[in-house]
Design a protein around this ligand. Structure first.
Ligand code: ASP
Ligand code: MG
Length: 415
């Protein structure tokens, strides 16, 4: 008997009909002779709606209360899905994160899972139940509910799979798997059979919304192989796993565009030691994630420093940086919300040269101006005008020949 952890995302459980379809799929999995633990997201856009509602009564809602509010979305969907399972004759029970034994640290809105005691889940599994766990949440050291950050149900699923030593961790979505690029932007984008953890991590932080990056990190650390697949049709998806010889040999595995970034520029900053440290220390203290950073060559002892942050963090960044403008004697501060970050990702870059050159050349041929560049061993990102992002992604996808499956070096043993 195999143990499956199946996670269903918000759009897969958006309404009663979706719930019934998902219930059937879960029941089929169990009837095939498996134990099944299900993790659900909130139905459809519930989380966004709850956030919007909170902001109507208070523009800066308290974080503890936000967590109490948002966690209800997943609680509701776990109960409804369990009722749908009962309706088709399945034995099933729903659990909140707390009831499932998920303990998290003290940071509201971005809590990290610290430990899971799966005793109660095991007991119900042994009684033949499907256990439906509310994703995205756990109990913190003060016995309060805390959530795991947007998309956090993925992490719940991976963490449960690790704690239960599950045989499969399936992430079921409204897409067929992980694609070389967003198929809505690039019609010839291809579903990948496999992708390395490292690549998936880079793509997730580059704006691909397929999986939460923390979930991928967790999966990598605990060696949980993830399967991203369609919740609508039964067919193979994409395996996310450790890279090896058998994987398709591609220089670039995926392209992502992130239009949720904004560029902040501190103008006329004195070019003296300690200034950058001061700026980025304040940002770090405020928990603001900085992505790309560019400092110009200084002229006459002053320089401009630009960096990107999530659009949602603009107000917070302004609040943190404005006092610094005076303190470090900078000339001013401005924000630009019309940028997009386009990234190409692939472990093949480690052993191939000329990838950056080719990327820049393709952009140049398309008369797309590059405003910022950042790289890692397996990723190159550029910030460009937001309105040029789709064209950039399409041209890069074509130039790197990503629509066609490459040959494999080693014989494929997996299915
Ligand atoms: N419902 C939460 C969100 O929309 C968590 C999740 O879907 O995984 O971000
Ligand atoms: Mg959601």
């Amino acid at each position: 008997m195999a143990l499956f952890v199946q996670k269903y995302g918000g759009s897969s459980v958006a309404d009663a009909e979706c719930m019934r379809r998902v219930a059937k799929r879960i029941y089929d999995t169990q009837q095939a002779g498996n134990q099944v633990v299900v993790v659900v997201s909130a139905m459809g856009d519930t989380t966004d709606d709850l956030i919007a509602l909170a902001k109507q009564v208070n523009p800066e809602p308290n974080e503890r209360e936000m967590d109490s509010l948002m966690a209800t979305g997943e609680m509701a969907s776990s109960a409804i899905l369990t009722m749908a399972l009962h309706a088709i004759g399945a034995k099933a029970i729903s659990m909140t994160g707390h009831q499932a034994g998920i303990r998290v640290d003290g940071t509201h809105l971005k809590a990290k899972i610290q430990k899971i005691d799966p005793k109660r889940i095991r007991r119900h599994l042994d009684q033949g139940c499907v256990v439906v766990v509310a994703g995205f949440q756990g109990m913190n050291p003060s016995e309060d509910v805390a959530t795991l950050g947007r998309g956090g149900s993925d992490t719940t699923a991976v963490a449960l799979a690790a704690a239960l030593k599950a045989d499969r961790c399936q992430i079921l979505k409204d897409v067929d798997g992980v694609f070389t690029a967003n198929p809505r932007v690039v019609p010839s984008a291809r579903k990948l059979d496999e992708i390395a953890y490292e690549e998936m991590l880079e793509l997730a932080s580059a704006g691909s919304e397929v999986l939460q990056s923390r979930a991928v990190e967790y999966a990598k650390n605990y060696g949980v192989v993830l399967e991203v697949l369609s919740s609508f049709e039964v067919k193979p998806g994409t395996l996310v796993r450790e890279e090896d010889e058998e994987m398709e040999q591609m220089i670039i595995r995926g392209i992502a565009a992130d239009k949720n970034q904004a560029k902040a520029t501190l103008l006329g900053v004195p070019d003296t030691p300690g200034v950058a440290a001061r700026i980025f220390k304040s940002l770090a203290a405020a928990n603001i994630n900085v992505d790309m950073i560019v400092q110009n060559v200084s002229a006459a002892g002053v320089t401009d420093v630009s960096f990107t942050v999530a659009k949602d963090d603009i107000a917070k960044t302004r609040r943190v940086i404005e006092p610094l403008v005076k303190a470090v004697k900078a000339a001013g501060l401005n924000f630009d919300g019309d940028i997009a970050k386009v990234s190409i990702v692939g472990v093949g870059m480690k052993s191939h040269s000329g990838v950056a050159y080719k990327m820049f050349e393709v952009l140049a041929e398309n008369r797309i101006n590059i405003e910022m560049i950042s790289t890692s061993e397996i990723k190159i990102s550029v910030a460009i005008r937001a309105k040029e992002a789709d064209q950039a992604v399409r041209s890069l996808h074509a130039a790197f020949g990503m629509a066609k499956a490459p040959a494999r070096k080693a014989a494929k043993k997996r299915k």
